[in-house]
Design a protein around this ligand. Sequence first.
Ligand SMILES: NC(=O)c1ccc[n+]([C@@H]2O[C@H](COP(=O)([O-])OP(=O)(O)OC[C@H]3O[C@@H](n4cnc5c(N)ncnc54)[C@H](O)[C@@H]3O)[C@@H](O)[C@H]2O)c1
Length: 318
Amino acid sequence: MKRILIIGGGAMGSAFSVPCIDNNHKVFITEPYSQRFIKNLSSKNKFHSGLKINLSKKLIFKKYSKELFLEKYDLIVVALSLTGMDFIAKQLKKFKVKSPILVLTKGLKYDKQNKHIITISQTLLKSIPKLNISVLKGPCLARELARKCQTSVIIANKNIKIAKLLGKIISTKYYLIEYSKDVVGVEICSAIKNIYSMIIGSGLRLNKSSSLFQKSLSEMKYITKQLNGKEDTVLTLAGVGDLYVSAAGGRNSKMGNYLGQGFTFKSAKKNFMANDTVEGEQLVREIAPYILKKFNSKKIPLMFQMIRAILKNKKFII
Ligand SMILES: NC(=O)c1ccc[n+]([C@@H]2O[C@H](COP(=O)([O-])OP(=O)(O)OC[C@H]3O[C@@H](n4cnc5c(N)ncnc54)[C@H](O)[C@@H]3O)[C@@H](O)[C@H]2O)c1
């Protein structure tokens, strides 16, 4: 039995507790930010408002505090959204955390100091260079995992043995794990698929969307290679696998759909998706200055059009 701490009681962090508990681990969950999730997780029946299910009574809710880090864990899982990453990097450093870390969060950051795009694992390592860090990505709708529907994901660590050890701890009959050494590639693919699923969503009909799907894969390969990941990683669960699920449904492709109908980004957001977080939009805003400066628009025309649509509020025409 392992002791696992999940930081982030949103949909994904909470769903992740399901296979861990099925494998008889002692699972703790904490929520540093949202009152709604704190209320859900500390309630008697543990009804999760995002997942719309009751979580296991075996899941132990811990208030977020410094005492949390005085205890020892075999694994700490980070499942906050991208906006929580700087916060958690500071916290892990402050409390000198030595446990292995597994990051579920998807996204990229722009490092203003070094004028480069960096991944989440690189952000954490910048703060704590010796951190033992792995990433887990892939096509996983939290609601499906929470209901034990078959889900396949990929764990990446430069040391594949560590990735496999983690896989052994968390895999179940319904939670299947693949492995990769290409940490950077896996992180890049799992982030930029949010932008490409908007692009595919703009196709409206299957014929056009299919051709956008193919063109998106080519651009994802190019970007992944330019940012020091491996091209082939685009063909793994972190790339094409995750792109498929995001393009088939979800908030990014929904926004893409409105753009395809001729709405500008601002009007679509205001009129139809005012309260929704569109992760692809957030990522565009984060990485666009770098992409516009360092990339050739002829190599990644779809990405350039999407940046124009979001930053300049121009119609998305392709
Ligand atoms: N690796 C995977 O298999 C997988 C699958 C689905 C989603 N995800 C990723 O997991 C992350 C969380 O997704 P979710 O569906 O649980 O979202 P959610 O909105 O349900 O939960 C977001 C979590 O982040 C926290 N948070 C938000 N803003 C914060 C801030 N400023 N500071 C600190 N914490 C903050 C929230 O309190 C909550 O715990 C996203 O990056 C998403 O892309 C990963």
